[in-house]
Design a protein. Structure first.
Lengths: 404, 166
């Protein structure tokens, strides 16, 4: 059907410029792609971004470090927990703050849950783009269950703002770890069902195999990250390369593709859901509800938020919480750090520069979707118009994160 | 990592102004005129095949804008930050978009929001802000609440929906 390098067909037709978007259901947000077409063959694609630009970096440079956290929810709005935990880890690296073992475990659980939710939503919408409506409902149901767990865990389903500098916004309610475990064990069933519905499905294979391919060299040169880079055959995962949150203590595999086409990106993400659930089961075993979330020794206690239950009943903790939440940690002028996490979409990096006050002088977010989207023109060149839809879907861009 | 920065100062005498080691990260502060040849050396001969990020920071009281490149060697997992200080009156540096294609959009973003010109960039246009936008929002003097941003939009009455009393 499609070949990667198709010569200009000699059909005596005029080249057509097609505007896909900015409001198109298959572009997964406000993305505009200007396509130059020869018949149905794409000669050039030019993504146009910026429609959702809200100036989050500018806002972040005018707010105290604590106040930045809710804004990160609105970047990759499909996995808010991993965004704000990533920011907290970066701030903790900048101001040199330690966290407890329990906090680390709870963060791993939140990050992996948001990875599962994000990949389930990706599978749902991608299948819908290609026309497999059933998978959409199966996967959305699974995601809904994760959001329900997030609601019990953080108080919010979607924009969770779960991270806090040095900890998390609250302790888990009693027994939720059992429910997360039960959820993970049953999510396998839905995943296997989707696997059976799609992986050997002839329509799915025809729409995905050899569509939107990219070589490993191109993927590295274009800076792709996350599942898109791994599908091209590059074994690279920040969790393995620069382990944070103690990921080196968990046993999990990094799935790597071979051809870098849409089908491999699908297989990689499917396997990542399985690996995430394996990490979740290991992390939940380490969770100990009896120890406190924040460090308790009197020396360092002043740097952390006090437990919420005491804030609402004790005068001293109320004052203490007010000071920590409004002032926050001080940064050192000129100190700069880069910290990146393996977010569901790829490498989410934070470049922070200290100002000498409690506001960051520079707060730059290296968002994976922004860089991944650069690969689109390379992938769709010489393909059919319909393949642009599956390629955009398989890249998994979130426009809130592209435009920030 | 010190072997790497040493080889940089040997290969490019006088180009590396300072090496900062802090929080487990290494930063090489370099001469902006020689930044590109240094970065090309890092890619071609030291295996830094992955450009992670291009960023910037404005220091108005010191009259400079920093361009910050973060490069990575995917094999050895080494990372190096290369920083070059540009004068705020005329911030120009050579583009590295022909060294790593990643730099294309990343440099456009820095140009758009910080106003640094990347000489030799194939397509230096605004990327996040509208094309007719004036100013560079991430400069420190740019006001947080916006700088007369809506001047392109006619007031309601001028646009033909006159709601004034007759």
């Amino acid at each position: 059907m499609t070949t990667a390098s198709r010569e200009r067909l000699n059909l005596n037709t005029e080249l057509v410029t097609l505007n896909m978007g900015p409001q198109h259901p298959a572009t997964h947000g406000v993305l505009r792609v200007v396509l130059t077409l020869d018949g149905e063959v794409v000669l050039a694609a030019r993504p146009d971004v910026g429609y959702l630009h809200r100036g989050i970096e500018k806002i972040a440079e005018n707010k105290t470090l604590h106040q930045v956290i809710p804004y990160t929810d609105r970047m990759d709005y499909l996995s808010p927990a991993s965004n704000n935990i990533g920011l907290c880890l970066a701030i903790e690296k900048l101001v040199d703050l330690q966290t407890t073992e329990k906090c680390r475990v709870m963060r791993v659980v939140a990050c992996e849950m948001s990875r599962m939710a994000s990949h389930f939503l990706w599978l749902a919408t991608t299948a819908l783009d290609i026309g497999a409506g059933t998978v959409y409902f199966y996967c959305m149901t699974e995601r809904e269950k994760i959001l329900d767990l997030f609601e019990r865990m953080t108080g919010a389903r979607f924009t969770v703002s779960y991270g806090r500098i040095g900890g998390l916004s609250r302790e888990w309610e009693a027994g939720i770890e059992k429910d997360v475990e039960a959820y993970v064990l049953q999510a396998h069933k839905t995943l296997d069902e989707c696997d059976r519905l799609l992986t050997r499905n002839r329509i799915w294979i025809e729409r995905n195999q050899d569509v939107g391919p990219i070589s490993a060299e191109d993927a590295i040169d274009l800076g792709l990250s996350g599942p898109n880079l791994r599908a091209a055959g590059v074994d690279w995962d920040i969790r393995k390369a620069y382990p944070y949150l103690g990921y080196d203590r968990y046993e999990f595999e990094v799935p790597v593709g071979e051809h870098g086409d849409c089908y491999d990106r699908y297989l990689v993400r499917l396997e990542e859901i399985r690996q995430s659930s394996a990490i979740l089961l290991q992390a939940l075993k380490e969770y100990d509800p009896s120890v406190p979330l924040f460090p308790q020794d009197p020396e360092s206690r002043k740097a952390y938020l006090p437990p919420k239950s005491r804030v609402l009943t004790k005068m001293e903790e109320l004052i203490h919480q007010f000071i920590v939440a409004t002032e926050g940690p001080k940064t050192q002028r000129g100190a700069e750090i880069y910290f990146s996490i393996e977010a569901p979409k790829g490498e989410l990096g934070f470049y922070l520069v200290g100002s000498g006050t409690n506001v960051a002088h520079r707060c730059h977010f290296r968002s994976p979707s922004f860089v991944n989207l650069q690969g689109l023109p390379v992938m769709v060149k010489g393909q059919m118009v319909a393949d642009v839809i599956s390629t955009i879907a398989s890249l998994d861009p979130v426009l809130g994160e592209v435009d920030r | 990592m010190s072997e790497l920065t040493q080889s940089l100062s040997q290969r490019f005498p006088g180009a590396v102004l300072e090496v900062v080691e802090s929080r487990g990260e290494t930063t090489a502060v370099v001469e902006p005129e020689r930044a590109k040849s240094l970065l090309r050396y890092l890619k071609d001969e030291r295996g830094f095949n992955y450009l992670v990020d291009v960023s910037s920071a404005h220091w108005p009281d010191e009259g400079r804008i920093d361009v910050v490149y973060l490069v990575r060697n995917l094999k050895t997992r080494e990372q190096l930050r290369v920083r070059a200080a540009l004068p705020v009156e005329e911030p120009v540096i050579e583009s590295v978009a022909d060294v790593w294609r990643t730099a294309d959009w990343l440099e456009r973003e820095v140009y758009d929001l910080m106003g640094i010109t990347f000489a030799g960039h194939p397509d230096l246009r605004r990327i996040l802000m509208p094309e007719e936008f004036e100013g560079h929002p991430l400069r420190k003097e740019y006001p947080m609440e916006g700088d007369d941003e809506w001047r392109n939009y006619l007031p309601v009455s001028e646009a033909g929906h006159d709601d004034r009393e007759p």
